[in-house]
Design a protein around this ligand. Sequence first.
Ligand code: APR
Length: 231
Amino acid sequence: MKKIVVLTGAGISAESGLKTFRDAGGLWENHDIMEVASIDGWHKNPELVLQFYNERRKQAYSTMPNEGHKALADLEKDFDVTIITQNVDNLHEKAGSTKVIHLHGELSKVRSTGDAKLIYEYADKPIHWGDTCEKGHQLRPHIVWFGEAVPMMQVAATITEKADIFLVVGTSLVVYPAASLIDFVPTNAPKYIIDPHKPTVSKQNNHLFFIEEKATTGVPKVAKELREKYK
Ligand code: APR
């Protein structure tokens, strides 16, 4: 079975009703990123950060996967598929994808500020200031904030290096190190980029195919082509 590695971003969940970050009307338009999504912001005003992620967690919990997520899950019938997502929602899992790497953490999980190994499933519940882990440390969202390391990056890079086919869906490719993953793809592997607004990709990448469409139509179209060509 050929190995397909897929890098996804906020755009794949847009048609499920979750806002992207940088499009017009995106999440960062009404928020100062550094106030709500950075380690400095957490130290400055943790209650504001908790409130921001409590809203995100509640909203994400009730959303459903769309045809883009479903088409990726369905590819597992014919290919060995790994999804590397920058998204903190769990719509890939809800759609049925079995190998999902969350580069930027997961909204439904929370963890101890004193022991990063203590991670709890919170579903759509809020975290309050004063909520603690079993060792008595404050709980925080299980999210990778600006200014923090990306622990899953090495794992993601190693998997990407073995890709036969690489897909990029709904990411502006401006946030590093996630955006650098495309540079780990073997030179001759085809790379499909599905996004209504073509992101900038470094010129050294070849075998690039741009599908300037939304995820719900673009992903099923590419999935059909992959089956015809590589199954
Ligand atoms: N289908 C596919 N792509 C879409 C759709 C859609 N329906 N709607 C918008 N897009 C595209 C936009 O054109 C854009 O290229 O999705 C991309 C969204 O880009 P961003 O808002 O920058 O989101 P993302 O790339 O996931 O952000 C990366 O930055 O804010 C941090 O940690 C956060 O994980 C996030 C990271």
